[in-house]
Design a binder for this molecule. Structure first.
Ligand code: CU
Length: 131
């Protein structure tokens, strides 16, 4: 009887360890696979400015996950949004003091126009999706 319980305990431990190991494997896999390219665009004085070390125009590689945040830092009551014309990506209207983030996979190579649809001409730029 005692041996049977001991064997069951060992089997449970082994199964538990295998489960933990496979969970860690899948987490590690996910962590390396889903690197995110992050941009923060500041909307201020009717222009887009880039925050941090990123440069304009925005440049990413095909297949990359992109996380883009638009922050409205206007001192006047002016709303803005962010739309990548041609890729079907858009935020809602972002009010002063607010921000919104969109996330997408850069699936189509080329140079795409992005803009604030409320102020086209004043607030627009390009995103390059490279091979
Ligand atoms: Cu705008």
């Amino acid at each position: 009887m005692k041996i049977k319980y001991a064997l069951m305990a060992v089997a449970t431990l082994v199964a538990g360890a295998a489960l933990v190991f496979s969970l860690r494997l899948s987490l590690t896999h996910k962590g390396t696979k889903e690197a995110v390219k992050e941009f923060v665009l500041i909307a201020k004085d009717m222009k887009f400015h880039i925050e941090g070390e990123a440069k304009l125009p925005l440049t990413v590689r095909k297949g990359e996950r992109v996380r883009l945040t638009i922050k409205n830092e206007e001192s006047q009551p002016i709303a803005h949004n962010f739309v990548i014309v041609g890729l079907g990506i858009r935020t809602g209207y972002v009010q002063p003091g607010e921000l919104e983030t969109v996330e997408f996979i850069a699936g189509h190579m080329g140079t795409w126009l992005y803009a604030c649809l409320l102020h086209p001409g004043l607030m627009e730029g390009q995103i390059h999706i490279l091979p």
